[in-house]
Design a protein around this ligand. Structure first.
Ligand SMILES: [Zn+2]
Length: 237
């Protein structure tokens, strides 16, 4: 076979395929119950009752799908908005918590109050006692930096036993005394409510309790009434 004959045969083959295709269209159209010849207008076919009903069914399926998709999109949008709002609230709550002032111990009985001419102090009582069993978790009442931590009141005197002093961002200091265990070191940053040690009865103490002071400076002698301070800053004891 020459090259040209091969091309001609190929063309003939293509035209044969087209004929078969046309016939198939006619058969398919016939199957739908509409007598339509190959090449006849599609408009005629669409006018057939079965096709109209088919088109209508397709139409309703498409609109149902569109509605479902619209609902899914709306739901996804609502869920995203909800997640965003929850995240914003969590962030706000965390910031609020970090800026709050909290109690130094969870469960307690209030002991000797500030200014009391106490039985175990040669001077008026410089803080508020929280009566708790030895080993109770002691928390920093606000975020800050540890400026004293050690025995002998961290430098304030032997009466305090093991003690911690934390400096806060508003220029105030808090002190935690008679501890059985100190769990922070000088220079450490602590968060609001962070556990800093365990209560005890070290130093001049008649029994297990936390001695807590709010101070205007880092040292002994600068204490103010602490329960009123905590109440004013959001956590009544
Ligand atoms: Zn005390």
């Amino acid at each position: 076979m020459s090259k040209f004959t091969a091309i001609r045969n190929a063309k003939n083959s293509n035209s044969a395929k087209k004929t078969v295709l046309r016939n198939r269209v006619a058969v398919v159209a016939g199957g739908l119950g509409v007598a339509v010849a190959a090449g006849a207008g599609i408009a005629n076919a669409a006018a057939g009752p079965n096709l109209t009903s088919l088109a209508s069914n397709v139409g309703s399926t498409v609109s149902a799908q569109a509605a479902a998709q619209a609902k899914a999109a709306k739901d996804a949008k609502a869920a995203a908005a909800k997640t965003k709002a929850a995240a914003a609230k969590a962030k706000k709550d965390a910031a609020k918590k970090a800026n709050a002032w909290v109690k130094p111990v969870e469960k307690y009985v209030l002991g000797s109050t500030f200014g009391l001419a106490g039985s175990h102090w040669s001077h008026n009582h410089s803080g508020q006692d929280f009566v708790v069993p030895t080993g109770t978790q002691v928390h920093s009442v606000h975020k800050g930096t540890v400026v004293k931590a050690g025995p002998w009141g961290g430098g304030d005197g032997p009466a305090y036993g093991n003690a911690i002093v934390v400096k806060h961002d508003n220029g105030m200091y808090t002190q935690y005394a008679h501890l059985s265990q100190i769990q922070v070191h000088v220079g450490q940053q602590v968060g609001t409510g962070q556990q800093i040690g365990l209560s005890g009865s070290t130093g001049n103490s008649t029994g297990p309790h936390l001695h807590f002071e709010v101070r205007t400076g880092p040292d002994y002698g600068t204490g103010i009434e602490p329960t009123g301070f905590l109440r004013a800053h959001g956590d009544a004891v």
